[in-house]
Design a protein around this ligand. Structure first.
Ligand code: ADP
Length: 215
């Protein structure tokens, strides 16, 4: 995954060193080189995040203010969507999660970012939060392209992508859902993915009652 952009970058560099190019052409090469190095930076960043959570001690049991967190996720989604989607929140029950706030923000944020990135303009993204006596569920539902059933069990593998070019064009590293799954495991949460081609997807994190702080 790192070798391809590095090879492309090295190739462009060699061209620039060896051939005298017109300024416009030279700028085009420099832009492509900047793209490749940004891609490598994102991959390295996500690999570091993965290895950090892999070697970290079990997550803290701090009370994570869910109303606050969901509000932040909604604002982030709106900023990323810049008016292209309808973003809505549906919340049921009172209570918060017990866990590591940065890890949960990163996991839930990843699901929201994916929903915005993969759902075409005009679609709807819904953030669901529900507390019940059995536990709690946070889910992100979209009206995007959906995912064929055969891919679903593999989505949390590192670098697994359904559509390489679409992932890459929208800045994806293929590591997002691997990070989500790992953070959720650390919180004893189950990760449930349901999707129907042409209709949309729903990514849900289900937490046991022991991870819920009833307030
Ligand atoms: P990426 O960086 O490629 O988005 P992820 O690990 O976050 O990597 O997701 C893995 C793959 O799952 C994506 O490449 C995409 O094919 C698919 N995917 C993730 N979220 C969605 C979604 N909301 N709608 C459709 N496909 C999705």
């Amino acid at each position: 995954e790192l070798r391809t952009p590095l090879t492309v970058l090295a190739g462009f560099l060699e061209t620039l060193q060896e051939i005298e190019l017109e300024p416009a052409e030279r700028n085009r090469y420099l832009d492509m080189m900047a793209d490749q190095s940004r891609r490598m930076q994102s991959i390295v960043q996500d690999l570091l995040t993965l290895s950090a959570i892999e070697s970290a001690p079990p997550p803290e049991n701090e009370v994570v203010d869910m109303a606050n967190l969901i509000d932040k996720l909604r604002r982030d989604a709106e900023a990323l969507s810049s008016g292209r989607h309808t973003i809505q929140v549906e919340s049921e029950g009172q209570g918060d999660l017990l866990g590591s706030e940065p890890e949960l923000i990163s996991a839930f944020g990843n699901l929201v970012t994916n929903a915005v990135r993969y759902t075409p303009a005009g679609g709807t993204i819904t953030l669901h939060w529900r507390i019940s006596p059995q536990g709690a569920e946070f889910a992100v539902q979209d009206t995007g392209p959906g995912i064929e059933a055969k891919h679903i069990p593999r989505l949390t593998e590192r670098f697994y992508r359904v559509d390489r070019s679409r992932s890459r064009d929208s800045g994806g590293t293929g590591l997002g859902l691997a990070i989500v799954k790992h953070s959720l495991n650390r919180h004893q949460a189950q990760f449930d993915i349901r999707s129907e081609v042409g209709k949309g997807s729903r990514f849900a994190a289900r937490f046991p009652a022991s991870r819920v702080s009833q307030t």
